[in-house]
Design a protein around this ligand. Structure first.
Ligand code: FMN
Length: 183
């Protein structure tokens, strides 16, 4: 009986995923993300699976060491960058064919209730005008609200859609959110 129920859930999930992929077939989707320690990368992979989007890692020239990520240290790299709204850590590369995408998901770990500054570098280095832009994040408990509204405030001309916190992430939650977005 338990096996049958599990099989039923798996079939429903597969069906919904296929439906979403078919629905989005005519859209070119990019799932761009920054991840310092892997959590957001895993969420991004699931999102790319469900949407059929292409994964793109936003990569800073200098990756973050654990000392850089120490939020208890006011002098750590992340503390210094997050204290400075103008900080724009350099990117290792650019997504060259960004013009080809209609929908761009932007994922990040929440840092001090904001998106890490390297996400601002990514947005400012790519022309996202006219595209649907959707934030997603992972966190230790903060909601997406603060970081998503800060991004909207900074880039009001972009076509933002409702984002989502993806921790913990299961495919069903992602499917429901994507269906609701209806792009
Ligand atoms: C510098 C720094 C600041 C953080 N600030 C927050 C925060 O304000 N709220 C929160 O819930 N989690 C915070 N976190 C936890 C991360 O958002 C969380 O661990 C995230 O899932 C890490 O993602 P990653 O593995 O993709 O880097 C912070 C982590 C770091 C390193």
């Amino acid at each position: 009986m338990k096996t049958r129920t599990l099989l039923f859930i798996a079939v429903i999930f597969l069906f919904t995923s296929l439906q979403i992929m078919a629905q989005n077939n005519d859209k070119h989707i990019l799932v761009a993300y920054f991840s310092a320690t892997g959590t957001t990368a895993r969420a991004a992979e699931k999102l790319a699976d469900v949407t059929g989007g292409e994964l793109y890692a936003i990569t800073p020239v200098e990756s973050y060491t654990s000392a850089d990520l120490d939020w208890n240290d006011k002098q750590s790299r992340s503390s210094v960058e997050m204290k400075d709204p103008k900080s724009r850590p350099a990117l290792k590369g650019k997504k060259e064919n960004i013009a080809d995408y209609d929908v761009v998901f932007i994922g990040y770990p929440i840092w001090w209730d904001l998106a890490p500054r390297v996400v601002n570098t990514f947005i400012e280095s790519h022309n996202l005008k006219g595209k649907t832009v959707i934030p997603f994040a992972t966190s230790g408990g903060s909601t997406l609200a603060g970081s998503a509204s800060a991004l909207k405030r900074s880039y009001p001309s972009l076509n933002w859609k409702e984002g989502r916190l993806l921790n913990p992430t299961d495919e069903k939650t992602i499917c429901t959110w994507i269906e609701k977005l209806g792009f």
